[in-house]
Design a protein around this ligand. Structure first.
Ligand SMILES: Cc1cc2nc3c(=O)[nH]c(=O)nc-3n(C[C@H](O)[C@H](O)[C@H](O)COP(=O)(O)OP(=O)(O)OC[C@H]3O[C@@H](n4cnc5c(N)ncnc54)[C@H](O)[C@@H]3O)c2cc1C
Length: 448
């Protein structure tokens, strides 16, 4: 077997889909006995939508989600402001998905599992990775009571990653002393499903966001406190109490709580993503504030960066050193994500102190993830300039070329451009330089 993917969250499922469509033999294990139904992450970025277009699930996702949901901010029952933070963004041929998609994480996972089933792969539930050892030829993983041998293992096993722990790696960083937030999925009588409803007051915050394709809202709220000041476990009763205290709108009733959790801000990441034949991706490698909704999206893009590289090495089209570029390219991105999500969290915390302020203050162009580039990567080669000012390492404008599992070439004027399988430009060269593309591809297989 080629690759064992540990963890069937959005990161592991994206990776497994990308590997399976390349003909790589893959097993996906998850220790949870049941698939999760809690909303958790609820937004896909424009760049993630491009990834999912390439993986063949975009139509299912668009049908399951919604866009342009207005943010409606209140004082009591009075609406003090309403805004669509993504108003005016228009699709173009190069940017077909200009706005994010609101869709609960469990639904994204369900759609990815369906896609994986198209390739004959089923997630193995109740299968817990306990430990592993590696040697020059592969990895031997202990899963439950059995052993699984794979050429590579990828730990997509979330914030408490067993893979990370077994590698002896730590999440470095901090857990800032910011209040906890209670999160849950709940049905609500007395509120429309046409907006993300938000209340901020001195005594706390409460937000209710309708989850598309369900009757539920995601509730995010300040914690209720016990008389001694300790936060109470979130429950239907505590959510209703916070709502009544902060919003105070009569006639709004919360019921049928199906999932609840407590969210704590962490700003942490590992200092390497690969040890030999074992990799880390997603929350297993970095955890950061949810401001901007980059958690699920960054994991999806870790997976998309790694999938083609493992695929090429297994197919003999590239040498092992290509796998080092996963760490080289994605660690700086993770570090930037920690910075931007911390900045955006501060922006939101400042905005909600003002009347009419809300979580739309999070907005920043970087949150689309379309600007992200790998210009500094050793995989980026500029032999001439591009007529549109693009550089190797930039995201290639989305087109038919952005789909598929291999490098693809296009020409603009006298310039030839080679696009990597993950949609970033690898090479820009003069069209008369007939050996440039072959040299570039050959360099991937050099063992240096
Ligand atoms: C309350 C809450 C609210 C959130 N809100 C947002 C949001 O609004 N926007 C956003 O973008 N993100 C949000 N996030 C973060 C987002 O959910 C995560 O970033 C995302 O789930 C990361 O995906 P992942 O696939 O890397 O890891 P996970 O989704 O954590 O998946 C890891 C999987 O690995 C499995 N696993 C763990 N250990 C083992 C083992 N030893 N063996 C086998 N399987 C194992 C687990 O069962 C799990 O299924 C939120 C998270 C929480 C908890």
């Amino acid at each position: 077997m080629d690759v064992l993917v540990v963890g069937a969250g959005p990161t592991g499922l994206t990776l497994a889909c990308d590997l399976a469509r390349r003909g790589v033999t893959v097993r996906v294990i998850d220790r949870a006995p049941e698939f999760p139904r809690g909303s958790r992450g609820k937004g896909l970025s424009p760049r993630s939508l491009e990834v999912f277009d390439d993986l063949g699930v975009i139509d299912r996702l668009l049908a399951a989600g919604t866009t342009h949901l207005p943010h409606r901010k209140y004082r009591g029952a009075e609406v003090v402001a309403e805004v669509d933070p993504e108003a005016g963004r228009v699709a173009t041929p190069g940017v077909p998905y200009p706005v994010g998609l609101l869709v609960p994480q469990w639904r994204v996972e369900q759609i990815l599992r369906e896609r994986l089933a198209d390739f004959g792969v089923t997630v193995e539930r109740g299968a817990e990775l306990r430990t592993f050892t590696q040697d020059v030829g592969g990895v031997t993983a202990t899963v439950g009571e059995t052993e699984i041998r794979a050429r590579y293992v990828v730990g997509c096993d979330g914030g408490h990653s067993t893979v990370r722990r077994t590698l002896g790696l730590r999440l470095h960083g901090e857990t800032p002393d910011i209040q906890l937030m209670a999160v849950g999925d709940v049905e609500v009588d007395g509120l429309g499903r046409d907006a993300w409803h938000q209340w901020f007051a001195d005594g706390g915050a409460v937000m209710l966001c309708p989850l598309p394709g369900t009757d539920a809202f995601q509730v995010q709220a300040s914690h209720e406190l016990a008389p001694d000041g300790t936060p109470l476990e979130p429950s239907l009763e505590t959510f209703q109490r916070t709502f009544d205290r902060v919003a105070g709108v009569p006639g709004v009733r919360l019921h049928d709580l199906t999932w609840r959790s407590t969210y704590r801000v962490n700003v942490r990441m590992v200092d390497r993503l690969r040890v030999g034949r074992v990799f880390l991706a997603g929350d297993a490698a970095h955890v950061h504030p949810i401001a901007g909704g980059l958690g699920m999206n960054t994991g999806v893009q870790d997976a998309y960066n790694l999938g083609w590289k493992i695929g090429h090495v297994l197919a003999g089209e590239a040498g092992e050193p290509l796998l080092d570029t996963y760490d080289e390219e994605r660690l700086p991105v993770a570090s930037r994500v920690l910075d931007i999500t911390s900045e955006r969290l501060d922006a939101v915390l400042a905005a909600i102190k003002e009347s009419g302020g809300g979580v739309d203050a999070v907005s920043a162009p970087e949150l689309t993830q379309l600007q992200l580039d790998y210009r500094w990567s050793r995989l980026s080669r500029n032999l001439t300039s591009h007529p549109d000012g693009l550089r190797a390492g930039d995201r290639a404008p989305m087109s038919g070329l952005s789909r598929g599992t291999h490098f693809q070439a296009y020409q603009v004027g006298n310039t030839q451009v080679l696009v990597r399988p993950d949609g970033y430009i690898g090479l820009i060269a003069d069209v008369n330089d007939t050996s440039a593309a072959a040299d570039y591809l050959r360099s991937l297989s050099r063992e240096e």
